[in-house]
Design a protein around this ligand. Structure first.
Ligand code: NCD
Ligand code: ZN
Ligand code: ZN
Ligand code: ZN
Length: 353
């Protein structure tokens, strides 16, 4: 028998729920069910849908799809070369703007300098601009933020030099925050070789030295983000597999296992998955907590997951914790291995100014 402990429920600032446009991979219902099963009360959904959330009609369609959510949610707006003028209206309905500065899944790449400048000028100061920026684009993102006085949030930091550059930017007083994913904390390029396409995502898994640098610089990392990016097994096993892996249901068990091993403190973990995202993104949900059982011996199994894709890059990995219950705003929403609330229970997050 393990030990039951109660912790704040998670807030995941980076998920891809694929709804609308990719509902064979995930829907607002299945994706938010996966969030609850993973101990999260709130998720912020990325804009790389088909069509992308880069005009107000597409945003309205996402708002309608999200009416089925079983946990709380917010949206990221997709910045493009053509939509800088929509920034004020988008900012009123979204948590922040996402800019894809280097290639990844979906059609939202913005890699020409004038377009980036327009977007950084237009977005309201004090509201986050999250960037997918691999390689030297990380440096361009930090500089753009500094030039135009905007807050840049660097998604899924994966390389040793990147975390060193972000440390340097923070030391200079730049308004930069960053996130790290469980897959970059627990897996390396060796796992990617063994996993084949199931270990492919953007940014790719790093070297053992990259992974160690993330653990060694946890003090520079603001938030844990799953980058939950479901694709079907069939798609992942196809000749042209899309990048991305699911992660909502494995993040807390993996991280709590790291706590048990002494790799970080429980306080630091709670700061990463709840306190910092709540503070940074202005999300408050009273009476939202998770009951976990620690000191257990379990193995991660894709076929037990709530996500529609039902596979995981962590298949078979031993974990020492599991999520028993997730409470959202005073209601037990996940328990006894099932969802206990109806579609529509989830609420849209409002920025607590
Ligand atoms: C994400 C996806 O599938 O939407 N894929 C990924 O490999 N991370 C896109 C992204 O976050 O870059
Ligand atoms: Zn990305
Ligand atoms: Zn992502
Ligand atoms: Zn809270």
């Amino acid at each position: 028998m393990g030990k039951r402990i109660q912790l704040p429920a998670g807030i995941d600032p980076h998920v891809h729920l694929r709804d609308p446009g990719g509902t064979h991979k995930e829907t607002f219902l299945t994706g938010t069910a996966a969030a609850l099963a993973g101990g999260y009360s709130c998720v912020l959904d990325m804009p790389n849908n088909q069509p992308p959330i880069a005009d107000l009609e597409a945003l309205s369609a996402k708002e309608r799809a999200a009416a089925a959510a079983v946990c709380d949610y917010g949206f990221w707006w997709g910045g493009t070369a053509a939509n800088a003028d929509l920034a004020p209206q988008a900012a009123a309905r979204c948590v922040g703007m996402k800019v894809y500065m280097t290639h990844t899944y979906g059609p939202l790449l913005v890699d020409d300098a004038p377009a980036l400048v327009r977007l950084f000028q237009a977005w309201p100061a004090g509201r986050p601009i999250a960037v997918h920026a691999e390689g030297s684009a990380t440096l361009a993102a930090i500089l753009l933020g500094q030039l135009y006085g905007k807050w840049v949030h660097i998604c899924h930091v994966s390389e040793a030099w990147q975390i060193a550059a972000i440390r340097r930017a923070k030391e200079q007083g730049f308004r930069v925050t960053c996130e790290v994913t469980p897959h970059h904390l627990f897996l390396t390029e060796d796992d990617a070789r063994a996993l084949g396409s199931l270990g492919q995502m953007r940014p790719p898994l790093g070297t053992a030295a990259d992974r160690q640098a993330l653990w060694d610089n946890l003090d520079v990392i603001d938030v844990l983000a799953t980058d939950h990016a479901p694709h079907t097994l069939e798609e992942k096993r196809s000749a042209n597999p899309p990048p991305g892996v699911p992660g909502l249901e494995t993040a807390l068990p993996l991280m709590l296992t790291a706590v048990a091993e002494g790799r970080l403190t429980l306080e630091r973990l709670v700061a990463l998955y709840h306190d910092a995202p709540a503070r940074l993104f202005g999300i408050s949900a009273p009476d939202s907590f998770v009951v976990v059982e620690t000191g257990v011996r379990a193995a991660i199994r894709g076929d037990t997951l709530q996500t529609k894709c039902r596979w995981t890059p962590f298949e078979g990995m031993a974990v020492g914790a599991r999520v028993l219950e997730t409470w959202v705003r005073g209601t037990r929403a996940w328990g006894d291995g099932r969802i206990l609330v109806a579609p529509g229970f989830g609420q849209r997050v409002r920025r607590g100014e």
